[in-house]
Design a protein around this ligand. Structure first.
Ligand code: 2RA
Length: 354
């Protein structure tokens, strides 16, 4: 029998992208049950060309479900993912609730698919969108050269902060458009007034060196997630990682400037060859022809795009790269779908051996 799938958080921003992705990819699922908060129950959404009525989150909603994808806030996942798992579903969770739990694998199929099979809690975690936007390219380089240090700066799109982030940027852009703002200190901030939304400073005509919440010693939660998650996915628990996270006025697609140091000497030609051959990566690197990835060209696509590949001038073991990835697709919904497909293949394999 085909595995039964539940999508929890179907009415959210990532949920919407997920339903689109499920409609595009090979149809391996039996029923696809859409689950959301009681407030959204009864709504009808389209998946695989058919209208499906959303049901309210409850224990019974997981009856007969084999795989449950969760795209809900941390506290909702923390409460309900174990409920779904106890009812026999394998949970693929896109929240931050379980990512660093040693009994929960953190899976990116192109990098560490094998870890998905060992899941003592019945839960598999999906990484944060910023980590996911770079890790497929870095995993490919690591497999060949052996990563020894990572220093990254992010240029994060506002949709990473949800629908409120997108609405805030669009609103501020219309307030500043056609004006002379952006020429004297504080003029944009005054125009933005009390419309900062989820950001600590204006995001139109600006960049904001902050994403997430304040942690010890001035680090942001987002910076620590990049460090902890990269280490776990790559299986390098002591990898030195430094991240600075910056929000930019882009709707969707996170970019990262990466300094990656390796155990062995690197060449640009070698890195090009690895990246061009890596599944899920597109090499776009010809500055003489103005070819490098930019978020507005990458948005809506599945792969991780890499350009500006250079060998560090002062270190023959280090590469500089610029990477772009759609934070709602590979950064969230697509990776969740890929992990769910891995689990489905495993369940089918088990069934056929019975
Ligand atoms: C952000 N990475 O971009 C976060 C969302 N998970 O804000």
């Amino acid at each position: 029998a085909r595995p039964q799938l539940a999508v929890v958080g179907a009415t959210g921003a990532v949920g919407g992208v997920l339903l689109g992705i499920l409609s595009e990819r090979a149809d391996i699922w039996g029923e696809i049950r859409l689950i959301a908060s009681p407030r959204s129950a009864g709504r009808k959404l389209t998946v695989r060309g058919a209208e499906v009525e959303v049901v309210a989150l409850s224990e019974e909603a997981f009856d007969g479900i084999d795989v449950a994808m969760f795209d809900v806030p941390d506290e909702v996942s923390a409460r309900w993912a174990p409920v779904a798992a106890a009812k026999g579903a394998v949970v693929v969770d896109n929240s931050g609730a379980f990512r660093m739990d040693p009994d929960v694998p953190l899976v990116v199929p192109e990098v560490n698919a094998h870890t998905a099979r060992v899941r003592p809690r019945g839960i598999i975690a999906n990484p944060n969108c910023t980590t996911l936007s770079m890790i497929v390219a870095l995993g490919a380089l690591h497999a060949e050269y052996g990563l020894s240090e990572l220093i990254v700066s992010s240029y994060q799109a506002v949709s990473g902060a949800g629908k409120a982030g997108v609405d805030t940027l669009r609103g501020q852009l219309s307030a500043v458009s056609g004006t002379e703002l952006g020429t004297t200190p504080g003029d944009v901030r005054r125009a933005a007034g009390d419309t900062l939304g989820p950001f600590p400073a204006p995001i139109a005509l600006n960049v904001v060196p902050w994403a997430g919440s304040l942690q010890e010693d001035g680090w942001s939660s987002e910076e620590l997630k990049i460090r902890n998650e990269s280490r776990k996915i790559l299986g390098l628990p002591d990898l030195p990682v430094t991240a600075t996270c910056v929000r930019v006025p882009v709707i969707t697609t996170h970019s990262l400037s990466v300094h990656a140091r390796f155990e062995n000497e690197v060449t640009v030609a070698g890195a090009h060859e690895i990246l061009a051959a890596a599944p899920g990566v597109v090499l776009c690197d010809d500055p003489a022809e103005d070819e490098y990835p930019t978020p507005s060209d990458v948005v809506g696509t599945d792969p991780t795009w890499v350009g500006r590949v250079r060998r560090s001038l002062d270190d023959p073991r280090a590469l500089e790269l610029f990477v772009c990835g759609d934070n709602l697709r590979k950064g969230a919904a697509l990776n969740t779908a890929q992990v769910a497909e891995l689990v489905a293949a495993e369940l089918r394999g088990r069934e056929s051996r019975r």
